[in-house]
Design a protein around this ligand. Structure first.
Ligand code: ADP
Ligand code: MG
Length: 393
């Protein structure tokens, strides 16, 4: 896979795919510009080297139609402020007018295409659309890690129609950390998984079974595993249609060397209402009217001990309903344990990343992944369509 350093972009027209899928408020103001800022090293490097820069991104789910509310107009404005240069916003993604703008582009100038998902052909990875995207383009750079698990036209098909394709700084860093972890982790390798849905995480567990030394489970997903063992979990969140899958996974785990942990105690309440009275238990059955909303103190202690001995840590998914103070202890304490360990630590997932910032330990984490879904799929499959396309070029 080529990186930015392998390109000599001076005077070349470069198509840069980024992830500017930022949250907007009702007045279409950007609520959080982290994703734009994350791409600045790549953008600035290309501009300093005098590339003619075309930038493309998706925003929301316009489903193949021009949706004015999902225009990249606010992004163009914010990006222009951040790089102190004019950003020309194209009226569309492809077409005669856009081609004209591409041809007129000078060295060090920036043309931002409209939302690539205004065309259905983007998500269909359509060849003709990709050829149009690549019109007038010499080099392609991908810095949209969060989109690399999608075989879309601006991520995969476009690469066939350019002279050279490279990873931007963000994508390069993500791939470096995640490949090292998947292919040759320093041991002990501890994997911490939590969050709401077991279905999202089962492929990750399967992908790591023969690599991880310890898998620590928290969050609601634990209760699908408990239910699969025939235990009564009260009103805890269970994915009924995944019980059989969880059960066969538990059987497979017995055959592997990995140590698989479920919580040994639980913080319970009747609901997540802040005023709902919480109590802790370490035995089943859980009371019929209550739900488990966080891991308990014994689990925190056990997990923290295992984490403190790790050399590599991957964490995805909070240990409880961390958005509510009464159920945030487990997540906060595990975040602290990860931050205080000597291990190379990688955290992925929107809510997990938010939890680490909330706990105030983000700067002590080795790598905070910008793509939750993409990092999980990378771990499950060992590769992503967007990365594979860059590598094969
Ligand atoms: P990430 O975004 O980090 O990948 P997920 O989206 O998988 O994480 O899960 C996060 C959500 O899981 C949070 O909204 C949290 O409240 C919820 N959650 C965690 N533990 C529980 C639980 N025991 N019961 C209900 N919801 C839970
Ligand atoms: Mg989430």
């Amino acid at each position: 896979m080529l990186s930015l350093e392998d390109l000599d972009p001076k005077g070349k027209t470069v198509f840069l795919r980024v992830d500017f899928n930022v949250p907007l408020d009702e007045e279409r103001n950007i609520r959080d510009d982290t994703r734009i800022k994350a791409a600045l090293p790549t953008i600035n490097s290309l501009l300093e080297q005098k590339a003619k820069l075309i930038i493309a991104s998706h925003l929301g789910r316009p489903k193949g139609k021009f949706v004015p509310e999902l225009s990249l107009k606010p992004v163009a404005k914010r990006l222009s402020e951040l790089i102190s240069r004019e950003v020309i916003l194209a009226p569309d993604v492809i077409g005669d007018e856009v081609t004209k703008l591409k041809k007129e582009l000078g060295e060090g100038q920036v043309l931002l295409l409209e939302n690539v998902r205004f065309h259905d052909e983007e998500t269909a990875n359509d060849e003709d659309f990709a050829r149009s995207l690549a019109q007038e383009v010499d080099y392609y750079v991908n810095d949209a890690f969060g989109t690399c698990h999608r075989a879309h036209a601006s991520v995969v098909a476009i690469i066939r129609f350019v002279d050279k394709a490279a990873a931007g700084f963000l994508v390069e860093k993500e791939v470096d950390y995640l490949s090292q972890m998947v292919h040759s982790p320093q041991k002990p390798f501890v994997v911490i998984l939590g969050g709401a849905k077991v279905s999202d995480k089962i492929p990750v567990i399967e992908g790591l079974l023969d690599k991880a030394d310890d898998i620590l489970i928290g969050g609601a997903m634990a209760y699908t595993f408990f239910k699969a063992q025939g235990l009564d979990v009260g009103r805890s969140l269970v994915e009924e249609d995944k019980i059989a899958l969880a059960s066969s996974l538990l059987d497979r785990i017995k055959e592997e060397k990995v140590d698989f942990y479920l919580p040994s105690d639980h913080v319970l309440a009747v609901n997540t209402d802040v005023k709902a009275e919480a109590q802790t238990t370490d035995s089943f059955p859980l009371p019929a009217a209550m739900m488990a909303l966080d891991i308990g103190p014994k689990t925190i202690e056990k997990y923290s001990e295992i984490i403190s001995e790790a050399k590599t840590i991957f964490w995805n998914g909070p240990m409880g309903v961390f958005e509510v103070d009464a159920f945030s202890q487990g997540t906060t304490r595990i975040a602290e344990a990860v931050a205080n360990s000597e291990a190379t630590s990688i955290i992925g997932g929107g809510d997990s990343v938010a939890a680490v910032y909330k706990a105030g330990v983000a700067e002590k984490i080795s790598h905070i992944s910008t793509g939750g879904g993409a990092s999980l799929e990378f771990i499950a499959k060992g590769i992503l369509p967007g990365i594979e396309a860059l590598t094969e070029k």
